[in-house]
Every structure is written in C-alpha cells, then in structure tokens.
Design a protein around this ligand. Structure first.
Ligand SMILES: [Zn+2]
Length: 407
C-alpha cells in the first residue's frame, strides 16, 4: 500500500523545513536545516546510547583515501563506477569513501592485539559518497551523499554469535521505539552460480552463512531467502519491518565478513600464542540516515514523537498583552531542555492554533488572563482539541518524563 500523497517525504520535508536541495550544490546532495539536523542528531544519539551499553567506542576517519586502500579491499574494482575520484596536483589518485569498512580496518591494524582485548567495537556516524546516476536520484531515498550510522566489530569467530545477538537487540529496541513492527529476517547469501561477484573462497562463505542461519534459527525469526543479496565480501542478515502504512522496508543489516580481515591480514594472538585470523561484523542500525528519515517521515506523516520533534511545544498568547508571560514560559521551557517556540504574530488565537497544528507540533501552550494570574498554562495536544490547565512546572515534569521514555 502506498502512503498517500500528503505523506510524501519530499513534500513533508519542505513543509516542515527539515532539508533542502540547491542547484548550486548539486542534485542528490541534501542540505539539512536546523530542524532537520535536530532530528538526525537525536536519532544518532539514540543509536549511540544503545551501542555504548554494548561496548562500542567512537572512532573518526577522513572522507578520502588513497587508491591503494580500495585496491586492497576490493572496492576499487567492485565499486569502480560509483566512486568519486580525486586526482591531487601531484598526480596521486584518491577517492571519496563509498563506505567506511576499509578505513576502520586500518584503525584495528594499528597494533597487535591479544585475544583478551577482543572484540574491538568501533562506531562512527559519518558521510559516504556514491556517484549515483542523476536519473536515479530521488528525494532522500537515493542520494549521492549519505550518512551511515556505521559500526564494525573486530572479533574472533567464536564471538560472532554473541556480538550478532547484541546488535540484534539494539536493532529491535530502536525500531520498536519508533513504532515499526519487526517482520522478517532476510538471509542475504551469495549466489553460487556467480562466484565472480564475490571476494573469497567457498569455505569462508559456507562457514559465514551457516553461522547466520543458526543465529536466525536461535532467535526464532521468520526468515526469507535472499540468494544473491549478499554484500560482495560476506553474507548479511537484513531486517525487514512494517511501517504505519503496512509497507515493508529493509531497515537494518548485520554482515559477517571473513574476507576483509583476510585481505588486510587482521589477526590477534590466541591462548596458544599463535596468530589467529579474526572476523569482522558490519552493523548499521539506520543504515543511511537520509534513507531512514525518508521512511520515518512518511511512517509518522511528519508528526514525530514528542522526544524527537524539532519543536516540541509552541506557546501562544491569547492577545498581545500576554507577550511578557509568553516569553517567560518559553524561557522556562528552554531552561528545562524542552524545544519551545512562541508565536507572537498579530493574529487571532484560532489562526495561531491552526498554524501550530499544521506544523505538527506536539503541544500547544495557550496563555491568557487566567493563566497569567494563576501562573499556569493551558496545554493542548496536537491529537485532541482539549485544553488542560496546569502549573507550568507540572507540564515540564510531564514533558521530561515523556522524553526520558522516548514517547
Ligand atoms: Zn562495513
């Protein structure tokens, strides 16, 4: 089922002032407004909070690299049509990164590791660039610059299952909090009839795919076969979820990679003092934040949950003489870390309420003579027309409780 036209993320993004495009910057290169940036950051902080509990650490990398890194990783060959290339004035070839894995291998490779120090879990929200054909660009769904909430876990083969299950929990908590219904897991495996599409030997693929099948079975997940859907370096578990319109999306992915560690000779020293080959898990939760937001904006029809709304409360004075108290209320809300705005336009209260509702702001706080005198606010939620008078402190307490629960 399609979302109806009013739920189109391009239209809503413009109406709600979340992102824009500029002919001067170029197509497929979204620019994020202050409101859109709030959304991106809050979502990313949520993912980070879940990751941090599971032992991830943040890393950071440059957005370009020498050609040699991608020759070694295999990306130069496999991604050659999608790479943005740069030639320096000294004639060296560089590329803008289409993904982060090869850079992250070099952080792991900076020193020798004992098995006791593994897993090493690196998280990095960062932009990637792919030279998509202009005819295929579409709003935020298909762009040339996108932000991955990326993570790589470097661990022993014996640790893969535990690490996968941790990421699985993170994905489940993230998507259920946002009201997506988890549906199926796609086992995205390689196509044995086309070995030329993939790196590495049969043995690695078989081992990796067996591990993924076991994990899905242990979780009791409903699986679908995705032969030929693997990444070129390893098989994936793709998480499918249903949105509010009954549409099924691939929302997150966990990949098991035994090839990249081989290519970059990544090891640890094991209990016997020998060098042991490690494996690498690729784990994006939102995947591309741009694409994820295109799905989320349509899923909620632009009415973001309270904790995520760029503007959480709008304070409206019944008339101009209440402007002083309006400003006082806004200042108190901001001090309490609630994103509040005021509408001091010289318009009727009815018009102001209609405007705030079309901006899908979760709470409207109306103040008139009664409220000024009693130091209260009349709270109206975007969902109903009821006004509830309460002391400002009570509203702040209620709002902060909702934010803490990500409601
Ligand atoms: Zn990766």
């Amino acid at each position: 089922m399609d979302a109806n036209k009013t739920d189109d993320h391009k239209k809503l993004g413009k109406e709600l002032d979340l992102f824009t495009f500029s002919d001067l910057v170029g197509s497929g290169l979204p620019l994020w407004t202050p409101k859109g940036t709030i959304l991106r950051n809050l979502l990313d902080e949520f993912v980070w909070e879940l990751r941090r509990k599971n032992g991830y650490e943040k890393v950071e990398i440059p957005h370009i690299t020498k050609r040699e890194l991608y020759e070694k990783s295999g990306h130069w060959e496999k991604f050659k049509d999608d790479l943005f290339r740069i030639t320096t004035r000294e004639g060296d070839e560089f590329a803008l990164k289409p993904m982060n894995c090869p850079h992250h291998t070099q952080i792991y490779a900076r020193k020798p590791w004992s098995y006791r120090e593994l897993p090493q879990r690196y998280a990095n929200t960062t932009m990637c660039y792919r030279d998509e054909q202009s005819g295929e660009l579409n709003g935020l769904s298909r762009v040339r610059a996108f932000t991955q909430d990326d993570a790589h876990c470097f661990c022993r083969e014996s640790q893969v299952k535990e690490e996968f299950l941790k990421i699985w929990d993170i994905i489940e908590e993230f998507y259920s909090t946002l009201g997506f219904k988890p549906k199926k897991i796609r086992l995205s495996f390689h196509d044995q009839n086309h070995p030329e599409k993939y790196l590495g030997d049969k043995k690695h693929w078989k081992t990796a795919e067996d591990i993924l099948s076991d994990i899905a079975k242990e979780k009791g997940a409903e699986t679908i076969d995705g032969v030929g859907e693997a990444a070129f370096y390893g098989p994936k578990l793709d998480f499918m979820a249903e949105d509010a319109h009954g549409r099924l999306w691939q929302v997150a992915t966990i990949q098991l990679d035994m090839n990249m560690p081989e290519r970059f000779d990544l090891t640890c020293t094991n209990e016997q003092g020998q060098r042991e080959r490690i494996v690498m898990i690729h784990a994006a939760v939102m995947g591309s934040i741009e694409r994820f937001l295109s799905v989320l904006i349509e899923h909620v029809g632009g009415a973001f949950p309270f904790w995520l709304s760029p503007v959480q409360a709008k304070v409206l004075g019944v008339s101009e003489k209440h402007a002083g108290y309006v400003r006082e209320v806004v200042a108190a809300l901001k001090t309490a870390h609630i994103r509040a705005e005021m509408d001091d336009a010289n318009e009727s209260l009815g018009k102001k309420i209609r405007n705030a509702k079309s901006e899908k702001i979760p709470y409207l706080l109306v103040v008139g003579d009664k409220e000024v005198e009693a130091r209260t606010v009349s709270v109206e939620s975007r969902n109903d027309g009821k006004q509830d008078a309460m002391p400002l402190a009570d509203f702040i307490a209620r709002a902060n409780a909702e934010i803490a629960q990500r409601k």
